[in-house]
Ligand binder design. Sequence first.
Ligand code: SF4
Length: 314
Amino acid sequence: METICRLCPRDCGVNRGQKTGFCGMGENLQVARAALHFYEEPFLSGESGSGAVFFSGCSLHCVYCQNGDISGGGLEEGCGKLFGIEITKERLADIFFELKAKGALNINLVTGTHFTPQIAGAIRMAKERGLDLPFVWNSSGYELPETLLLLEGLIDVYLPDFKTLDEGLASKYLHAPDYPKVAKAALEQMVRSAGPMQMDRSEQALKESEDGLMKKGVCVRHLMTPGNLKDTIRVIDYLADTYGDKIWFSLMSQYTPMGVFPFEELNRKVGREEYEQAVDHVVARGLENCMIQEGDVAEQSFIPAFDGEGVLTE
Ligand code: SF4
């Protein structure tokens, strides 16, 4: 990897062999969990599960982070020691095969932006050794197009967040007023890189999920936050105007307050009425490739245990 790290928009310029940057990570891959995961969109998790690799550290640090134990979420500056186990890229490639042996439908790389070069190396190794599962890039959307280019030809499905289009909210919640601009450019690169969407609707795939399984394409996630319906409507409009049904859109309602926040609105869950108004807008915009969550808002936790499962040699 580069000696001086400028992999993400934080542009720290630190030598990660000697110190950590805003993401909290040094130069070695650090992984908190590698296991089957059943809580992604059904066309990724199916019945068999997605092979999720959760990387430690994050370059965003949302105040409301739902994975704070491993990401350093909530912190405005670089964080201290975060949970995770250091591994080599060779070991990461082995993990991909172990997940396949457990029945994973794909390899789901969660929040790996700050390790992009090492992850690209591991994917290459795995492909050379014959791994034939789709690779999913599951990220915050706060990424540079030039860093994403390192993944060109290696990633099949991009699964980015699109958190907000409001610079004020981006500053207040993400410590990143440039998030809207950065996320738009990153998404453009992802849509270009993934190419036309491909869904597997074979009999076998339809047993996994009623929509089949996504083999190539982009699914954009928007986690609604309480009291910010106006911003959600803007995000829906932007995605509908720019991409329409070229992408999937996943409207998420499971925001859970993970502490007591100085921003009053974040101390509650998203209301059923707010969520339904957002769903009505999706319908009004005619978006067909849209995942809506059914049942009570935020009724269940989708957060797995970060306990090092599957990281070391079995
Ligand atoms: S990847 Fe980490 S060290 Fe590199 S620029 Fe981003 S936050 Fe800074």
